[in-house]
Write a protein that binds this ligand. Structure first.
Ligand code: KG4
Ligand code: ZN
Length: 337
């Protein structure tokens, strides 16, 4: 196609993601992850992540260009995550994007990480119907957004008031002696357990807002497990995992559907690392079907942080004739949508 070739750079957390996109066509999506360097700390260490981005940047861009059969000279625009995320990690991506924009004399687009998680779905399922509600759940964020226009109007409807959903998975996994990141091992263990075995609290379930809270759930799980251990009784790991997971996905899907109803959206998009969760996908499908809402979930590789999502939003901005960012674009760790 003749749509401009957009290079996307993502460095908000621990993945150096480089994407190449034309319109809604994905040409390359290369990732260098420092997740193994963080595993022994049980969470992402910002300084370690920044250094890893710096080392991975040039080779990952080279790999992406190679995969797309393109060269730097073919790139028409550069998009980069300007926030939210880890300040030092964001800075590495923003500095690199500015250098490429300046050297190639191409426009630079600083984009919002959350909007990019939404935009990526267009690479898999085509243009997003408007309006659409997006549920973004990862280790760093848990948000509901109303998407009227990706290039301009993404409205925050609600967010977690404490821990992110993925963070709760990671902390509960640690408690149960499972490795980091904790989402996949809990997802697996939960398949062998009874989700109704333990009734864990559902924070903010009936408070009428579109906000989330997972800190109380995490504490309740910790207390339950400690009581068992103190009594010298075995901890039924699969039942704890399944019951914890049920509490998380129950409230996520309930509030996502409430958001669709309140805002007249008949499409729900789920993104972020937790969107890979098998129970979240199953329950969202079931409840969306009952509510007459169309569900869109990108494949797992596009749900977790990646460069393709940044390039996808960049392509959207280019096609909307949006004004490029200035070369003094700041990295903003708490950038709002
Ligand atoms: O989007 P992501 O790759 O990075 C950010 O945090 O921005 O999300 C990572 C999070 C981690 O907390 C991880 O435990 C969680 O997504 N996760 C899952 C699953 N796979 C990854 N949580 C639940 N179930 C999964 N299958
Ligand atoms: Zn993310």
């Amino acid at each position: 196609t003749d749509a401009p070739l957009v290079l996307g750079i993502e460095t908000s957390c621990d993945e150096t993601g480089i994407g190449l996109v034309r319109g809604h066509t994905l040409l390359a999506d290369e990732i260098a992850s420092s997740v193994e360097e963080h595993a022994r700390f049980g969470g992402v260490v910002p300084e370690v992540a920044s250094r890893a981005h710096l080392e991975a940047m040039t080779p990952t861009i080279a790999r992406a260009l190679d995969r797309a059969g393109a060269s730097l000279a073919d790139v028409d625009a550069i998009a980069v995550t300007a926030g939210p995320g880890l300040a030092g990690a964001l800075l590495v991506g923003v500095a690199a994007a500015k250098a490429y924009a300046l050297a190639l004399d191409k426009p630079l687009y600083g984009v919002n990480h959350l909007s990019a998680h939404v935009a990526v779905d267009q690479l898999e399922h085509g243009a997003l119907p408007k309006p659409c509600v997006a549920l973004l759940v990862s280790g760093g964020h848990s948000s509901l957004l109303l998407v009227r226009d990706l290039a301009q109007a993404v409205v925050p409807l609600g967010a977690t008031v404490d821990d992110a959903a993925g963070e709760a998975y990671d902390k509960v996994a640690r408690l149960l002696g499972m490795p980091f990141p904790g989402g996949p091992p809990i997802d697996r263990a939960a398949r062998e357990g009874d989700p109704a075995a333990i009734r864990f609290p559902r924070g903010k379930y009936d408070d009428g807002t579109l906000d989330f809270s997972f800190a109380g759930l995490k504490t309740a799980v910790a207390r339950w497990v400690e009581d068992r251990r103190r009594a010298g009784e075995p901890v039924p790991v699969a039942d704890v995992a399944a019951s914890f997971q049920e509490a998380v996905v129950d409230v996520l899907t309930k509030k996502a559907i409430a958001a669709c109803r309140e805002h007249g959206a008949d499409h729900l998009l789920i993104g972020g690392g937790v969107a890979a969760n098998s129970r979240l996908r199953a329950l969202a499908e079931e409840r969306c079907r009952a509510a007459g809402i169309h569900l869109r979930v990108p494949r797992p590789k596009l749900c977790t942080d990646n460069g393709a999502m940044v390039a996808a939003l960049g392509a959207e901005l280019v096609s909307a004739n949006a004004l490029p960012s200035r070369l003094d674009l700041p990295a903003d760790s708490s950038l709002p949508v």
